[in-house]
Design a protein around this ligand. Sequence first.
Ligand SMILES: Nc1ncnc2c1ncn2[C@@H]1O[C@H](COP(=O)(O)OP(=O)(O)OP(=O)(O)O)[C@@H](O)[C@H]1O
Ligand SMILES: [Mg+2]
Length: 248
Amino acid sequence: MDERDSLIDLLIHDLTGPLTIASTNINNLLNKEDRYGPLNDRQRNALKMSLRNAKKAQTFLHEMIEVYRSEEGLFRKEQCSVPQILRDSLFEALETFEPDTFEKIFTIERNEDFFQILRDSGIFVNIEGKYSTTPFIHDQKKLQQIIRNLITNALKYRKQRVDISIKGDEELIVMVEDDGSGIPQDKQNYIFKRFLCAQDKPKGNEKGLGFGLSCVKTIIETIQGNITLTSGEGKGTCFTVSIPPLNS
Ligand SMILES: Nc1ncnc2c1ncn2[C@@H]1O[C@H](COP(=O)(O)OP(=O)(O)OP(=O)(O)O)[C@@H](O)[C@H]1O
Ligand SMILES: [Mg+2]
């Protein structure tokens, strides 16, 4: 086992457990007051913030694990429901970056209500093509990581609006567009490099690590997919990803 492998093992085994325990316990404090005792508003808010951050760390860890698995050529071949993956990606992105919208959609079951609340929050979703009804053969966690990262960035940088469009009859095509300040031409290559952030922190958010897009790119390269970017200063940003089914 080389040094890198043992570092990855350490991350997987030694951080996953404690993070799971932290978030499970915070969750219990928040949602089982009959058992753990009542909370006042300040305590509840402090716990909610702790939970969001514990989840952020869990997501980051899982992200690293999936990148590592991709680099090693390790994929799970599964029947993936694209609408479900999109829903889960939206939940994850909103829970961390727009908790108010997340709380509104969290318990919604009817699809129409779900998409209406999203539209009211400036998030427009369109799913068409084969995979709106037929499973896509791929690795669910990796698909979710790609889609969640693009949505997260669009939410962080949008002024008002995010458009998510899914289509494709052979390859799966995912487009995520925002109306934010855009990425200048000369920065467009280096945003895919690990730990480099092309611009100052987005409004109202902590500065990111500059990790998300590099993970997306690594995964996409290992699955023979493609990612393109259309953007310009003041013109918003649109990422388009095409992904062939696994082993086609
Ligand atoms: N939709 C977007 N609009 C404007 N800039 C963007 C957009 N998406 C990415 N960027 C730029 O590309 C950089 C790299 O994106 P990336 O997702 O890798 O990192 P991050 O979002 O800053 O942090 P992390 O994803 O690790 O939390 C960002 O810091 C930002 O400068
Ligand atoms: Mg990001």
